[in-house]
Design a protein around this ligand. Sequence first.
Ligand code: G6Q
Length: 546
Amino acid sequence: MFGKTKSKAWKQLENIYKHFQNTQMKDLFAADAKRGSKYCLQLENMLFDYSKNRINDEVMQALLALAEERQLKEKIVAMFSGKKINVTENRAVLHIALRNRQNTPIYVDGRDVMPQINEVLERIKDFSEDVRNGRFTGYTGKKLTNIVNIGIGGSDLGPFMATQALRHYWAKDIKCYFISNIDGTSCAEVLNNIDPETTLFIVASKTFTTIETLTNAKTCRKWLIDALGEHAVAKHFIALSTNKEEVEKFGINPDNMFAFWDFVGGRYSMWSAIGMIIAIAVGYKNFERMLEGANAMDRHFAEADLAQNIPVISALIGIWYNNFYNIHRYAVVPYDQYLQYLPAYLQQLDMESNGKAVTMDNKFVDYATGPVLFGGAGTNVQHSFFQLLHQGTEVVPVDFIIPAISHNEIGSHQPILIANVLAQGEALMQGKTEQEAITELQKSGKSKAEIERLKKYKTFSGNRPSNTIVLKKIDPYSLGMLVAMYEHKVYVQGVIWNINSFDQFGVELGKKLANNILPELEGRAFGAEHDSSTANLINHIKKIRK
Ligand code: G6Q
């Protein structure tokens, strides 16, 4: 069994931490003029600068020893070769197969999964092109220009994030909409703004049993039938699912269904048929470029030495903070408006994957696992939560993401944006001493008393870590690389923590609990056992809704 007390590498890291914990990054920079380029990795157009972290060679070697001890290389091979590493659900985990551009066979239960993946990709290609070219039209012959994805969780966040990230590439006459929440507002605000004759609904659900998605899909189906009649459904509804039977039951012709498989986890599924809306919005060629970018990261992850491996290094640094500095949070801040939904996407990827407390050996962990992740687009968030990042009592490691070139190079917007991201990383690392604050206040002509009163408020402790990821441009290829990098980082951390990153029993609990309360709210059942708070809330809301 793996427990921190049993691990040699873990103990070594604890020992290093004892003498290293107060080391200041600015001293490390002062001592080594090449630190900035030394702790920096590059893969094609992606630069990963991890020099502004509380690390040195001793720390990195010990972290890599931990990875070796946890047999990370073997675990990577296990994933890529289709082993059933999702042990609680007895499933292989093969999002990498969805973008296996080399088309090398990958076997699950003795069967190569690539032919079926290629076949569905072909169908996505044909269908997305037919919609974009107006060959596949709506029931009344009009071009389908409003594309509505109905899905939730993994069947929403990935396609939503990616279509927004690639908005620059959208066909000019196509508009994408997303209905996810069971809140009627989610449906109403979309349906109020579209025309049934030009609308394609994509019902995206791996299981095709999720109450939010099915309820939303039924509402949309009724809305369409009311406008165009029952026969119109075949021309306006398609399904993305693993569950053909339920798709048929719902009333979608299986010819309009695009399959994926149980070796594709929901939050890892935007590379599969779940990415249909991306392909329609940006064109299949661009969708394929996204797969190619992810594939480039996959090959790097599978082939590069651990010490040169971007997802591995980023994961190990996260472990260093989480398990030794006891910093159980991190922020992702893309400095690109197109990436504004990336943090929300990564929240699911990271927190649903590694928010676990039982090991692969069926024991409770005796160490911290998945951190809390939050974020938002820079520079906006500089004007909100960055105060805490600079001067709060919590240390929050940050991932900064910045493209060197914008799709919208207007005047000096991009240089200002870049100056901001770099300045933030620098300021978080360097901080500002009391003496520096005093000198600054003196220069601004403040009186002695004023300086005395303000100097502490103007001081920044610094030594606050960040990674900086520089991309050339946010294009389909670099987006693929970036997302795959985070997917693999999450897997590496799961391996180190000896947890299964690929199940989600916590999410499934929510699905069941709501089903218990619904009949009571609707007055179809009474007296189910609840704690007094829940019972009181049910009664209170029932009274108001009467
Ligand atoms: C993702 C999770 C979860 C799932 C949704 C939607 O990894 O399993 O977010 O994607 O609950 O599920 P369906 O796609 O089955 O509707």
